[in-house]
Structure formats: structure tokens, C-alpha cells
Ligand binder design. Structure first.
Ligand SMILES: [Zn+2]
Length: 66
């Protein structure tokens, strides 16, 4: 994933993936950590398409059950 500089500049940076994961778990929305090519640190994204959720993460929107 290519990160734009403007995105990098306004996002929170996490020094390690573990830090990013911890922050993602604390947030009440589904976030995924990814490594930024710009700063070499980790940011969180709410774009989870095509990515597996974090282990232990509760997905906010429950699937409808027939
Ligand atoms: Zn960055």
C-alpha cells in the first residue's frame, strides 16, 4: 500500500506494530495496522477490505442471522 505524504502527516504514528495493534484494540472500530513507506512507522487504517480482522477484535457490525 502506498501512503500519501498528507495521509502520513496527519496520522498517528506507532513505533512498532505491537503499539499499533494495541491502539487498534482500544479503538471501538475495526482498524488494521500497516507499515508506512513514508516514515517507516505504523499507522492504522479503517480499510479492512481484503484483510483479516485482528485476533481478539470484536467486529462492531454483527452479521444478520436468518
Ligand atoms: Zn507514515
Amino acid at each position: 500500500m502506498r501512503t500519501r505524504l498528507s495521509v502520513c502527516a496527519r496520522k498517528r504514528r506507532h513505533a512498532s506494530e505491537q503499539d499499533a495493534i494495541a491502539a487498534a484494540i482500544l479503538a471501538n472500530i475495526v482498524l488494521r495496522p500497516y507499515r508506512c513507506e513514508r516514515c517507516g512507522q505504523f499507522h492504522l487504517t479503517s480499510r479492512t477490505k481484503g484483510k483479516r480482522p485482528l485476533p481478539g477484535t470484536v467486529v462492531a457490525a454483527p452479521a444478520s442471522i436468518d
